[in-house]
Ligand binder design. Structure first.
Ligand code: GLY
Length: 592
């Protein structure tokens, strides 16, 4: 019997793909090959080799993530954390979410971050040992393998060890990030990072060999001992010694107590597709489902068709934001207003569900979604507030994403992070990995923006043992709620959510191809600040029309989110795409 999650949004039967042939032995048809996408070609290669060696999606995701910890030190990690959505081909098996987010140490309090005036200043802590959360990746990846993997654990760790010990050629993206002003300053301030990334005082250049012997030894301990090789013994000792020496709070007990946790995946519907995504402590899933549900009731198709007709007649000037996808200024206005409303709820209501009762059902209830939709008029509404409980309410970052679809139809969508690029920049001496600055994702002081300009409240206040609210949005989409047809996610702080959303809208509503939709210009609105960010590339006339609606627009020539995604037709060959904004690669297996 097919079991479904508690959330059903939108119309169940609208737009279902035509029924596949179910006459074969295997039930639901599988894709004709597996695929891997990540933000580094060497990591993608590792994932593909694991699939070719008979591994499943979980095996390949674990091996890819471990390889990223070596070749993509900006965000791949052992010293950070992340989330994964795991969807088995068998629709009778519930999709699950793995939470290996970092946690706050037991002795840490918000007061530790306040200056003499009692004020919190996020930028001054991004390189501090105080802002480091207890890392979750080592335990989380092992748990993903234990629950869903097939190959021996050591086979999944070994490729990363080989890359660490044998070295790899520094790619242009790493070379550029090592030169970037604030990142360079943060890394050079740490003796171990300085030695590794700036030998002789100069940044490693493109093409130079980066060997990481200390990281290789840490990975060997992880290979041989599992999480005990990280949370106990010499690696744990090195973390604790660093904390004691430099004023951090993580203790040996904090490390040994760390546990990843499985959560039911958050599930909603958009146009007959089941959207399976990350629940709290990520805000990503709720915000994504809220915006999709609000927009699902808007006349998106009529607006698109009218825009196509306008473009065809050559009369679209000033009203069409993206002629390629027939996105009008009006449709873009709806996107922005739906984002604004969902991010208002994020700021007020979302946090670690173990500490704060996140009103998930209320935020996704059809009544609330309808109220939000009705409140969207023809003009911008910056005064919009969050959902109010009927009773007293409780008071450029970097990350990386990988997707795997195996030829059996299983999918893993995994996002992992050190928070900002290179995290704190603090490399654990003798252990060779960077530590995160994830605790900046808490609302350390209510209403004071963090590194991403996000504000929060009591729901996301820093508390011992709590996990900070995230925007990571690993997502899998199933056609008819049965067969995986899209695996998607991104780095990029809050821009993760809107980037994933826009690729879904562009592909499922506007019929764009996956690569085209990923490459297209982005828009981002997060409630506070009031302004809406735009990536260059939109039609200028349409933006004037948007401004005429009261939308305050700001062009930002910054690092936008980097979407990684796989799409397949039911039973078909997958298409995989890595965002051209960065240096990742997508590879599809040869057909067997
Ligand atoms: N550290 C970025 C996020 O989790 O959203």
């Amino acid at each position: 019997m097919l079991r479904r999650g508690p959330l059903f949004l939108g119309l169940l039967l609208v737009g279902c793909a035509s029924l596949p042939d179910l006459t074969g032995d295997s039930g639901w048809p599988t894709p004709t090959a597996g695929a891997v996408v990540s933000e580094h070609p060497l990591a993608t290669d590792v994932g593909l080799e694991i699939l070719d060696a008979g591994g499943n999606a979980a095996d390949a995701a674990v091996a890819t993530a471990l390889a990223l910890a070596v070749v993509y030190p900006q965000a791949g990690n052992l010293g950070g954390g992340g989330f994964a959505i795991v969807v088995q081909h068998d629709p009778n098996i519930e999709p699950r979410a793995l939470d290996f987010r970092e946690t706050a140490p037991a002795s840490l309090r918000p007061e530790h971050f306040l200056d003499e005036q009692g004020v919190f200043d996020s930028p001054s802590f991004l390189g501090s040992p105080l802002i480091v959360g207890i890392p979750g990746s080592a335990a989380g990846l092992r748990e993903l393998h234990r629950e869903a993997g097939r190959l021996p654990w050591r086979d999944l760790v070994q490729p990363a060890i080989d890359l660490a010990q044998g070295g790899f050629a520094v790619d242009p993206h790493l070379a550029r990030d090592l030169q970037s002003g604030s990142l360079r300053a943060r890394l050079k301030a740490d003796p171990a990072s300085r030695r590794l990334f700036y030998p002789g005082g100069e940044a490693l250049v493109e093409g130079s060999l980066l060997r990481q012997e200390e990281l290789g030894r840490t990975l060997e301990l992880l290979r041989d001992l599992g999480p005990a090789g990280f949370y106990e013994g010499p690696v744990a000792d090195a973390i604790v010694a660093l904390m004691e020496e430099r004023g951090g709070h993580i203790t040996a007990k904090d490390l040994v107590d760390y546990e990843p946790r499985w959560l039911p995946a958050l599930r909603g519907w958009f146009r007959g597709r089941e959207v399976i995504t990350m629940p709290p402590p990520s805000s990503g899933g709720i915000v994504l489902l809220q915006v999709l549900a609000i927009l699902d009731g808007m006349p998106l198709d009529a607006e698109r068709d009218a825009t196509m007709a306008l473009v065809a007649s050559g009369g679209g000037q000033g009203r069409v934001a993206d002629p390629d996808a027939a996105i009008s200024a009006r449709a873009l206005h709806w996107w922005i207003e739906a984002m604004r409303r969902a991010f208002a709820d994020r700021a007020e209501h979302m946090g670690d569900p173990s500490f704060h009762d996140v009103p998930v059902d209320e935020l996704l209830a059809p009544e609330w979604i309808a109220a939000r939709r009705i409140s969207i008029g023809e003009a911008a509404d910056p005064a919009v507030g969050p959902w109010e409980a009927p009773h007293a309410p409780e008071s450029g970052g970097e990350t990386t994403h990988l997707c795997v679809l195996d030829a059996e139809g299983n999918a893993v969508s995994l996002t992992t992070t050190l928070n900002t690029t290179f995290g704190t920049g603090i490399l654990v001496p003798g252990a060779g990995f960077l530590l995160n600055n994830e605790l900046d994702d808490f609302a350390i002081q209510a209403g004071v923006p963090n590194a991403y300009g996000l504000v929060g409240n009591q729901a996301n206040a820093l508390e011992p043992g709590k996990r900070p609210l995230s925007s990571m949005t690993p997502t899998v989409i199933r056609d008819g709620g049965e067969v995986v047809t899209m695996v998607i996610g991104s780095p990029g702080g809050p821009r993760i959510i809107t980037a994933v959303l826009e690729v879904i809208l562009r592909t499922l509503v506007h019929g764009q191809g996956l690569a085209e939709a990923i490459a297209a210009p982005r828009v981002h609105q997060q409630w506070r600040p009031l302004t809406t960010d735009l990536e260059p590339g939109w039609e200028a006339g349409a933006l004037q029309a948007l401004e005429g609606r009261g939308q305050e627009l700001v062009y930002r020539n910054i690092r936008w989110a980097s979407v990684q995604a796989i799409r397949t037709q039911i039973g078909g060959r997958p298409l995989a795409a890595s965002d051209p904004r960065r240096g990742g690669t997508a590879r599809v297996q040869d057909e067997q």
